[in-house]
Design a binder for this molecule. Structure first.
Ligand code: HEM
Length: 149
């Protein structure tokens, strides 16, 4: 399942790249439409949107490919994001869902139910790992940990 998922996910990423579509700005605009107060958290949307979009996609693909670097990167992501204020878990979920949603729009010609299911499986896994990282930081370093909820 995971190899088949990875192949479908890669095909959608390649289609978007071949079409020359950059999903990050519409992704961030739609995210800020849902969470307008969060816009002020960003010093540079241009800089952050490149890395946040890229890493979110890379983490989901990496999970499908059973890459060992994904978990340490998630643990680091959760900890460094404590610098950006109290980020509710619902905003992580929404950002991940919106990322897949933008990809679907951009990859429409090659998108299928199987492609959607592949991304969904690894979006769910990423969300679960973010929750686990938040809980583990809270237990290991209660004073400096990101909030769990
Ligand atoms: C899987 C989800 C996410 C990933 C992989 C991710 C990744 C990153 C990375 C790599 C950076 C550094 C950007 C840079 O070098 O400029 C960053 C910055 C940041 N992220 Fe995220 N992020 C995620 C989710 C979120 C969510 C849900 C929020 C807020 C609701 C958020 C808020 C921020 C903020 C405020 C910055 C600082 C940007 C700035 O100073 O301009 N991130 N993120």
């Amino acid at each position: 399942m995971s190899d088949a998922d990875a192949a479908l996910m890669e095909a959608s990423l390649i289609a978007v790249a071949d079409a020359g579509i950059d999903i990050r700005l519409p992704l961030f605009e739609r995210f800020f439409d849902a969470y307008p107060n969060r816009r002020a958290s960003f010093i540079s949307v241009d800089a952050a949107s490149r890395r946040m979009t890229d890493e979110t996609l890379a983490m989901m693909l990496g999970l499908a490919q059973r890459e060992g670097w994904v978990w340490p990167l998630i643990a680091e992501l959760v900890f460094t994001h404590r610098n950006y204020g109290a980020l509710p878990i619902a905003e992580y979920d929404a950002f991940i869902d919106r990322t897949v949603g933008e990809l679907e729009l951009a990859a429409a010609p090659v998108w299928s139910d199987a492609t959607a299911a592949a991304w969904q499986r690894h979006a769910d896994a990423l969300k679960a790992m973010i929750r686990k990282a938040r809980a583990e930081w809270a237990s290991a370093m209660p004073a400096g940990a990101p909030q769990v909820a």
